[in-house]
Design a protein around this ligand. Sequence first.
Ligand code: IMP
Ligand code: MG
Length: 178
Amino acid sequence: MGYHITPYITEEELRVRIKELAAQISEDYKGKEVLMISILKGAVVFLTDLMRAVSDDVSVSIDFMVVSSYGDGTASSGKIKITKDLSVDVTGKNVLIVEDILDSGNTLSKIVDILQSRGVNSLKIVSLLDKPARHVHAVPVEYTGFVIPDKFVVGYGLDYGEKHRNLPYVGIVEFTED
Ligand code: IMP
Ligand code: MG
């Protein structure tokens, strides 16, 4: 099956919205420390733009985690395994999870459980995209960039078979018969 990519959220729209999210985050964490945790790989493009838009009145540090789904096949019902853990201790920290997209919520809900169990001081989530039609697990997301329909999207970090992460915009993948 072939496919093509139709632009959906432009570079300019991303820039404007990320600035708004960062302004809100800058206000909420003013004078505090925040550890931004990005789940590789999809959220890395968003993290790098978001962190640079946050005011220096916030003391920002970053770290990364890699998780993979395993167990019974589908990502939405499977368990997750930490493939690469954080390099810092999160005990007592204000953690902001930076995600690319909230789909079923499986991954995020499990990461929230893991981080809570490590005794964080506070835990919030910022997700660039949200697909409400797909939610299976309730995940409290404080900051959402764009609510999108139930379509498969790529670009700005998001992939289809590891490709198209480099697109500077978000596009919808449209599958064709040929
Ligand atoms: P969840 O555990 O079902 O919420 O899956 C979330 C992860 O699936 C995201 O972090 C993405 O890596 C991936 N994902 C979900 N929807 C899309 C999409 O439309 N395009 C690309 N990746 C997606
Ligand atoms: Mg991801």
